[in-house]
Design a protein around this ligand. Structure first.
Ligand code: SF4
Length: 448
């Protein structure tokens, strides 16, 4: 009864949480398996960002219920955001469910499974815990190491979000901001580097607000900048990235880091959501279009190779043609080379659910296509500037397509595909760019 399969839905933070759960289970003698069919236990680590994401996980759990009805010894559980959001209602929907674990209880999963498996020999029992737990943010720190050396790793530095964006369910599912200490993060990163990791991505729902109100500013520097400075000193670490930040926490001290800290990659993700002040207000995003564009300009000026990406929501309630035009022109002015563009859909449990969803689906689709084509064009134009230039590429593995093709990333987060061998995995190579598409740089290593 000790083979566990974990299925993860959603974002990088969920991936990271699942990895930490897997480590804790291994420590307790459970085996993590890649094949769901052979597992004695299946855990779903869920996402609540959209209703659709929850429906997907509920559909999957329905299949697991059927499996359980055929084999009462089989155990299945729901963890993470949907568990937190839907709570006990999940037992009404799925009466065979064994385990519901909230976002502050991931580290308790092994003891709960022990309890359930022991109970199984007596009588079945289900466990439900969505409580808050002090210091639970410090529990997401172990990593799974496989035989193939891991080059890049995610490091969770905080949990929760104190903002109240009207479209977002995260404050409900993840709770208030809770930060790990700088010392503890440094120990984790040092350990990763000792095991061969060369690139880390710091994770948090509002990552650049790290430590606010809890760790004092020092010499005008925010706690997040203090953390970056500390990590930048670690020998053997080549690259530092972070996601997902908030525009309001992009102070000048952070922008200067792109110039001052050699390991901080010249790439910033800056969620704009809308270019219209009216819509930003309705979204409860506390910045203006002007302030947002000012930050993008400063970021561009901080490093010549800076690349910027963003998130945009199209068709938010109240968005008219003028608002969309403002979003489009801001997108153009910022020159985003990468973007996640979403069509707004109602999310139950968020304040925006009470707004009238006034934008017809076909208009949302039209704006979506229009902005995607602008993105494609901007990205292609920016990529073309890379032709005949050499970039430092961290090799990540085999490319999905093409024999002998490897893939890696530049510091500015552009994907580079080139002819190579698997021996290059994890290496930092200088690669000459010979051609580009809107999404990929095509490199030639022999041309060096
Ligand atoms: S800052 Fe991000 S995580 Fe927090 S409420 Fe807004 S969109 Fe959600």
């Amino acid at each position: 009864m000790n083979r566990v399969f974990i299925k993860t839905y959603g974002c990088q933070m969920n991936e990271r949480d699942s990895e930490a759960v897997a480590c804790k289970l291994q420590e307790r003698g459970y085996e993590i398996v890649k094949n769901e069919e052979v597992a004695d236990v299946v855990l779903l680590n869920t996402c609540s960002v959209r209703d659709q994401a929850e429906q997907k996980a509920i559909g999957k759990a329905g299949h697991l219920s059927k499996r359980k009805r055929k084999n009462q010894k089989f155990i299945f559980g729901i963890m993470g955001c949907m568990a937190q959001n839907r709570g006990e209602e999940l037992f009404d929907l799925l009466p065979d469910l064994d385990l519901v674990v909230g976002t502050q209880k991931f580290h308790r999963v092994p003891e709960y499974l022990d309890e359930i498996t022991e109970e199984h020999t007596l009588k079945p029992k289900n466990i439900f815990n969505l409580d808050t737990e002090e210091f639970s943010q410090e529990e997401i720190r172990e990593h799974v190491y496989t035989q193939v050396a891991k080059v890049s790793a995610f490091v969770s530095i905080m949990q929760g979000c104190n903002m109240k964006c009207s479209f977002c369910i995260v404050p409900k599912t993840r709770g208030k901001e809770r930060y790990r200490s700088i010392d503890s993060i440094e120990v984790e990163v040092q350990d990763l580097v000792d095991r061969g990791v060369r690139e880390i991505t710091l994770l948090g729902q509002i990552v650049n607000a790290y430590g606010r109100g809890s760790i004092p500013r020092k010499n005008g520097k925010s706690p997040f900048v203090q953390l970056l400075e500390r990590l930048n000193k670690i020998d053997g670490l080549y690259r530092i990235r972070f996601t997902s930040p908030h525009p309001t926490s992009f102070g000048d001290d952070l922008i200067e880091c792109y110039n001052n800290l050699s390991k901080l990659c010249e790439y910033a993700h800056l969620p704009m959501q809308s270019g219209s002040d009216k819509i930003l207000k309705l979204m409860n995003r506390p910045y203006s279009r002007m302030r947002f564009l000012e930050i993008t300009k400063k970021l561009r000026n901080s490093h010549p190779d800076m690349r910027l990406s963003t998130d945009v929501i199209l068709g938010f309630p109240g968005e008219n043609e003028d608002d969309y035009a403002l979003t489009k022109s801001a997108f153009q002015e910022a020159g985003f080379e990468m973007a996640f563009i979403f069509k707004y859909s109602e999310r139950s449990g968020t304040p925006a659910v009470n707004f009238v969803d006034s934008v017809p689906q076909e208009i949302k689709e039209e704006r979506n296509q229009n902005l995607l084509s602008l993105l494609k064009n901007q990205s292609f134009v920016a990529n073309k500037l890379s032709i005949n230039r050499s970039f430092e590429v961290l090799v990540e593995g085999k490319a999905k397509r093409g024999v002998d093709k490897m893939v890696g990333r530049t510091r500015c987060n552009r994907r580079v595909v080139f002819k190579g061998t698997e021996k290059m995995n994890g290496e930092l190579l200088n690669i000459l760019i010979k051609d580009v598409t809107s999404t990929t740089l095509l490199g030639d290593i022999s041309a060096q």
